[in-house]
Design a protein. Sequence first.
Lengths: 254, 254
Amino acid sequence: MKALAFRKASKIYRSSHLGRVTEVVGLQNLELEIEKGEVFGLLGLNGSGKTTAIKLLMGLHLPTTGEVEVLGRRMPDVEVLARIGYAPEAAYLNRSLTGRETMSLYAALSGIPASRRAARVGAILEQVGLGRAVDMRLSAYSKGMLQRASLAQALIHEPELVILDEPVTGLDPLAIKEMRAVILWLKAKGTTVLFSSHDISEVEKVCDRIGILSGGRLAKTMTQAQWRGKPDALENAFAESVKRTDGVGEIKLK
Amino acid sequence: MNTVKAVFDYTFREHVRHKVWLSAALFGLILIAGGLVASALAQDERARMLLDLGLAANEAIAMISVVFLTVHLILQEVESRAIFLILTHPVRRWHYLLGRFLGTLAAVGLGLAAMGLFHWLILFALGWTGEGSYLLAWSCSLGKTAVMGALALLLSLALTSEAAAMAFSVFFWILGHFSSEMNYIAEKSGSSFMRAAILAFSRAAPDFAHLNYRDAAAAGLPGHRWMAAALLYVVGYCAACLALSVQIFEQKEF
């Protein structure tokens, strides 16, 4: 059973200034299927199309051509979002609310009935280690606490598919270890996990399969068997597959 | 409708936490200043002056508050990317817009109610007795506030610039008080194109003559028919602005 599929999905960003139209390729003819229960890592450099792919999955962007299917529904589809949990690369939360109010908001938006909401909010905040900060405003949270709150809102409705955009970027080593444990715990529960990352060492520890994006194209896919027990196999495959397309040159050391 | 309520709740709470109610303090200062000037007048004149000054200040402060809050309402959530997390939950975009608009209107309405109560208590202390007509005048201010909020929301989404949306809102607010003059200019215009353009512009701008309680009261106390027409105008104008806002918002990618 497929959890999600990209079918020749492309995204071209068009902008115009004084009549001059500029086109930037976000994603080009992406063909990818991810099975239910799989942990899939999307690897790539900055500007390779990882976030664009995730935004297409979440219905925040519309494909220019092709289509995107999630849990059997063609995106964008509001109803299917109730079965997906999404945590972006930074905690884009409203800082004027407390932890409890934030989770209550997302519980309500996710369709959790009012009678079960308070219990679920308390449980998820305890689970991510924010049990003692429930009534603190998010403006007083540290970066690590905000990341946990962001993770909590993604998991509050116990989704079938969890999408994490750069979940370990900027975290301290202990937090990275905890995030790894969360991903493995979700996998053990049968939840499908898709996450994007630059961090090859993290990806190889938790993924069943990976896809390497470069310049908006899927350059390579690999299964765990192709890198497990083979030092540097994933890193070498990554280095061979990617090239910079974000317009940034090399740093010259002279 | 649960999602509308959830968005309404957090919007209202957000505005209250951002101390929107402090605008009532400005109102208090205006009344105190007015009271000092009016202290030189006779009892009757004093109440009349404070009545006019209070109603005008109440309406102006509510208008400034609602325009300022609504032009930031969506654009700031887009800027801070907090909108990502809302729209990646099963929330229809029109539910989100309606909840944000109504939450803002409720917060400004609360401020308007606080200012109105304070004003009425002062008038009562001066021996003024016109409770029914005061409530009607207050309701007309609330109606104008709703109309301006809906228009400012539409302008912010159409122009995607807070400064431009604010400037246009103020322009339309001023224009809204000159609808009969606009019609007169259109009638006198020699060019049919100009006439059509002025009339189109005049129709698109709010027509506050529908909420001009004083003109209606000059011909005796306005009846139910006048009040129903005023209510219908407010609801209709707000619905039209919100419908256009939804159309624009549905096309947006984040």
